[in-house]
Write a protein that binds this ligand. Structure first.
Ligand code: ADP
Ligand code: MG
Ligand code: MG
Length: 505
């Protein structure tokens, strides 16, 4: 109404693609043939949709955007078009989710295994040491967690050369983006209907996507020829809300609250608010910003990084929560079971047999394990110094931006060898996975970049058990993240990646 519409700039022309050494994956669409004007129109519509439907994060250029909701919002970075993903690998990732849930639960019960795997790490890593201390205290008092709630996300990359779906890591604390991941699914689902030329219904493990907005078909014509029905529906936010609510029900104190522990400044707060909103909409419990007398469930969206514990007070608070009878998501033992060191220990031959009985399950999980090594293995150190580009060096940290790649792997390994301290125990080495590279449109801060990208699939899993009764054990939707292939790290919140969906091949 008289206001000026500022034309959007698509950087396809500005930011030319880098030359890639790796073979490019055959794109789903004729990437170069897409009309520039059409792309700009699609970007514009997607940005409007994101703003109207809460696909938003705090804008880092606005000081209070991480503290005050409704202040300084910007759309979450997203991919304009879906990446291709083979259905068989997708099915595998869904199938193993409940097995991984069970594995984490079993591992968490084995206090000795957790303590024995980490003593060297404990000496050199104050943060992991803090977690282990709380864990030891719980072992000393023989603390029993009867109601056990896990909200996990297992992340994978599809190795191009071997065609193996390999696990990057399993997050047992603060698995993020169940909320915004669903929003981006919705964006693509509604939006990409407009690209369809034909419909075939594909039932995925996760759900079938219905083209509710059929009229959008006429939006952009049949220029792209993607079948939106091959984009699976996403349920992560509802399933996580349901699992939290069921944990509250099991706790069986109607006046007790669910508490969400968050960072004092969180630009990804809307992802959390989506989940809390789903919880409030469906269930009759109280949510208050003040800590009440009685808690039923403590859900951590903080506490995974050393910066979350600036003083002893935060450590004492974590201990207090662990000592309480409330359901912790995660408990200290679930948290430790998700560390990279434990991931590496579990990948050792015959280790899974210690926790799981079913041979088929064991073999399915083993197939997902990439090469993982402790730095006590001198042969592998030698190899990694010679060919650092084939490895990733990881500390016991979460949240992205902590790993070493390429020359930094060599430099750090050589440094550790020279120093001869035990600091090597703070790290693990992992085989570097090389997914296929595809051309894509990445939209960040209102600007569309045309670039080469790789994808990482995350599958959410929820587990709830009360004593011997398993109440929930299921996969709960997914998260697709796409990042520029020249970037090493892949965190959306850390600024390396965008949210995506994929289309089954
Ligand atoms: P964090 O807990 O900090 O998310 P990750 O293990 O997920 O740690 O590593 C962060 C990112 O680094 C991943 O999202 C992925 O993009 C990249 N990455 C991690 N491990 C590998 C690997 N083995 N091969 C290739 N990329 C990796
Ligand atoms: Mg992680
Ligand atoms: Mg990760």
């Amino acid at each position: 109404l008289g206001s000026k519409i500022v034309p959007l700039k698509c950087c396809g022309k500005v930011r030319e693609m880098e030359t890639q050494e790796r073979i490019l994956q055959k794109p789903l669409i004729d990437f170069h043939g897409i009309d520039e004007e059409l792309v700009q129109k699609m970007v514009y519509d997607a940005l409007v949709w994101s703003s109207l439907h809460g696909l938003v994060v705090g804008d880092k250029s606005v000081q209070t955007s991480g503290k005050v909701p409704g202040v300084g919002l910007v759309h979450a970075p997203f991919a304009l078009l879906p990446m291709a993903f083979p259905e068989s690998h997708w099915n595998l990732a869904c199938e193993v989710a409940p097995i991984f849930n069970e594995l984490i639960d079993r591992v968490s019960l084995d206090g000795k295994f957790l303590q024995d795997a980490l003593p060297r790490t404990k000496k050199v890593d104050a943060f992991t040491s803090g977690l282990l201390d709380i864990h030891s205290k719980m072992l000393e008092i023989n603390k029993k967690e009867e109601i056990r709630l896990g909200l996990h996300r297992s992340d994978y990359m599809l190795d191009e050369q071997t065609k193996l779906l390999l696990q990057i890591e399993l997050n047992t604390i603060s698995a993020s983006f169940p909320g915004l991941g669903c929003r981006v699914s919705e964006l693509h689902r509604v939006y990409r209907v407009s690209f369809a030329t034909e419909f075939t219904v594909v039932k995925s493990n996760i759900g079938t996507c219905t083209p509710e907005a059929g009229n959008l078909l006429n939006y952009h014509g049949e220029h792209i020829g993607l079948d939106p029905r091959r984009i699976p529906g996403n349920t992560s936010v509802d399933k996580f809300a349901e699992a939290l609510a069921k944990a509250w029900t099991e706790y069986n104190r109607p006046r007790a609250l669910v508490m969400v522990v968050v960072q004092p400044e969180e630009r990804n707060m809307y992802d959390q608010h989506w989940l809390c909103a789903a919880l409030k909409d469906r269930y009759p419990f109280n949510m208050q910003s003040k800590v009440a007398k009685k808690l039923s469930v403590v859900y951590f969206r903080a506490g995974y990084a050393p910066t979350d514990y600036p003083s002893e007070a935060e450590w004492r608070a974590r201990l207090l929560m662990e000592q309480s009878s409330a359901v912790k998501c995660p408990s200290i033992s679930y948290h430790l079971a998700g560390t990279k060191k434990i991931q590496q220990e579990l990948a050792k031959p015959n280790m899974l047999e210690r926790f799981l009985e079913n041979k088929e399950d064991i073999s399915k999980l083993q197939k997902c394990f990439a090469g993982l090594w402790s730095l006590e293995d001198s042969d592998i150190i030698k190899k990694a110094i010679e060919r650092p580009e084939l490895f990733v060096m990881k500390p016991q940290r979460e949240g992205g931006g902590n790993n070493f790649y390429g020359d930094d792997v060599r430099t750090n390994l050589v440094r550790l060898q020279k120093e001869g301290t035990q600091e090597d125990a703070a790290y693990i080495l992992m085989q570097r996975i090389f997914p296929a590279v595809s051309p894509t449109f990445l939209v960040r801060e209102g600007i569309c970049h045309k670039d080469h990208a790789i994808s990482e699939l995350g599958v959410y899993g929820a587990y709830l058990r009360n004593k011997e009764k398993v109440i929930v054990n299921e996969q709960c939707g997914y998260l697709m993240r796409t990042k520029v292939s020249s970037s090493n790290e892949g965190g959306v919140a850390a600024g390396f990646a965008v949210l995506d969906r994929y289309i089954l091949e």
